[in-house]
Ligand binder design. Structure first.
Ligand code: 4AD
Ligand code: MG
Length: 460
């Protein structure tokens, strides 16, 4: 007999004689010759109640079923007598697949997020983390759907590269050199003897390669893991995180901001429509204001504000901040939070940042001081998207690379795209984990990624 997933079973519109479900016991209670077993199979938040009566020949063993034990139950799907759910299973057979011992770390009570991080291999078995990772999966699908509906082509950009897209140097090195006996040439490491014959690292962004494809296929996106060796222990930075990076040919900063806004709204609305039950868990137990926050995002026109205007607003309340506010200084998360949570109370897109604080590839504005950059800031997260119009003029791009200390010869292929029929183009990166944090109200990035990598943390 084929196993039915609980998600499907709950959609039934009539009783059924023979149903097989397989899953794990959440709770069990016994009463007057019956054992009521709440089983969850991970397909959705809801459990199904399996009713075993004492006539079953393994009834004595059924009474030993503990939280976390695995069972296969066959029986009749009938309308539920009790309230709470529509259907339950009157078991004709309950096969015990395995019994969770007393030492099973997940008990019926609520566990703290800190504790669950220490058992990240087991935490998807809890209601909360099951829901979070189902939403993560649904959102991945929604991202592909969003782009497909707009005729974007999906490009797989490399994970191992020899370039530094952000020019920030926060990269993990990839090497096969013997670390106990590193070959040297003239005092420094001889990378010519390394696997690729030069220095290699894990990518910090697929943007540069995505640009090359946009200049061939028009509108493209990449969606994959990226890596940053930022030694910052904050609740919104991970060393390995996923980024969605669209790149559009014949598109300026306006078009870039419009796509960013449209995409955030689309993805939030998608989860509100398609993941109602899982989302409800977060709205009830994690963040009571979650639904109001999400509705506000979907229904607001995002504020568009130049960096200069942002600095002016922040300067009027600068006493509230730990970090200085002045033209040429990067906005800190406290400033982002102020703008989007206190001042405007909705998402804000800040654009035209000083060139000095942004990477080499951003298009220099006519004022010569600022670049056509944009960051989308949302309440409770701060920066969720960072993007820009790209510098399509070869001479200016080369000058910016020189200023940033990047070796042009290493980027000959990128510069070729400007040499040969360059066109205006724009794109951005959306932090996938930050999006999940926004949508679930989960406040720590380590709790939205299955196996988080942060400084000093690589277990599992
Ligand atoms: O602003 P960032 O650094 O932009 C880029 O990497 C561009 N190359 C993207 C592009 O234009 N194609 O990063 C983009 C987003 C941030 O807004 C943030 O949401 C997320 O990636 N992000 C991180 N998320 C988790 N942990 C980290 N350490 C992150 N660093 C950036
Ligand atoms: Mg950024």
């Amino acid at each position: 007999m084929k196993r039915t997933k609980i998600l499907e079973l709950l959609k039934s519109d009539s009783p059924s004689d023979a149903i097989l479900i397989k899953g794990w016991v959440r709770t069990r209670r016994d009463s007057k010759g019956f054992s009521f077993i709440e089983v969850n199979d991970g397909s959705c938040r809801a459990n199904v109640q399996v009713i075993a009566d004492q006539s079953l020949n393994n009834y004595a063993d059924i009474l030993k079923l503990s939280t976390g034990s695995a069972v296969a139950a066959t029986g009749r799907l009938v309308a539920s007598q009790g309230s709470g759910q529509a259907w339950e299973i009157q078991a004709g057979d309950v096969e015990i697949i395995s019994i969770a011992p007393d030492s099973y770390p997940l008990q019926k009570k609520r566990h703290t997020d800190e504790f669950l991080r220490s058992v990240a291999h087991l935490r998807p078995r809890t209601n909360k983390y099951g829901a979070a990772f189902r939403i993560r999966s649904e959102l991945s699908y929604a991202i592909h759907r969003f782009f497909r509906e707009r005729a974007f082509t999906y490009v797989h950009t490399p994970i191992i590269t020899a370039s530094d897209c952000e020019g920030a140097g926060e990269m993990f090195r990839v090497t096969t050199l013997d670390q106990d006996n590193i070959p040297k040439a003239g005092g420094s490491v001889d990378y010519s003897l390394d696997f690729f014959g030069k220095q290699a690292n894990l990518t910090v962004s697929g943007q540069l390669e995505a640009e090359l494809f946009a200049l061939a296929l028009g509108d493209v996106y990449t969606f994959g893991p990226t890596f940053r060796a930022e030694n910052s222990n904050t609740r919104r930075h991970a060393a390995e995180f996923w980024m969605v990076e669209p790149e559009m040919a014949f598109c300026d900063l306006e078009g870039d901001m419009a796509l960013g806004e449209e995409m955030v709204k689309y993805l939030v609305a998608y989860v509100m429509d398609e993941c109602r039950d899982d989302l409800d868990l977060f709205a009830r137990f994690v963040d009571k204001r979650l639904m109001a926050t999400l509705e506000n995002i979907v229904s607001s026109d995002f504020i568009r504000l130049s960096y200069r205007e942002a600095v002016d607003i922040l300067s009027t309340v600068k006493d509230r901040f730990d970090y200085d506010v002045a033209f040429g200084k990067d906005l800190q998360s406290e400033h982002e939070h102020y703008l989007t949570e206190q001042h405007f109370k909705k998402p804000v897109i800040v654009y035209d940042y000083p060139a000095t604080i942004k990477p080499f590839y951003m298009r220099v504005n006519p004022d010569g001081q600022t670049v056509a950059a944009m960051d989308v800031l949302v309440p409770s997260i701060g920066e969720i998207i960072g993007g820009s119009q790209r510098e399509e003029r070869l001479d200016i791009l080369e000058a910016r690379m020189d200023e940033s200390g990047l070796l042009k010869k290493n980027y000959w292929w990128y510069l070729d795209s400007r040499r040969f029929a360059s066109v205006p183009h724009s794109g951005f990166g959306l932090g996938f984990e930050r999006l999940i944090m926004l949508i679930t109200g989960i406040s720590n990035i380590r709790d939205v990624i299955p196996f988080p990598r942060t400084p000093s943390n690589i277990e599992f």
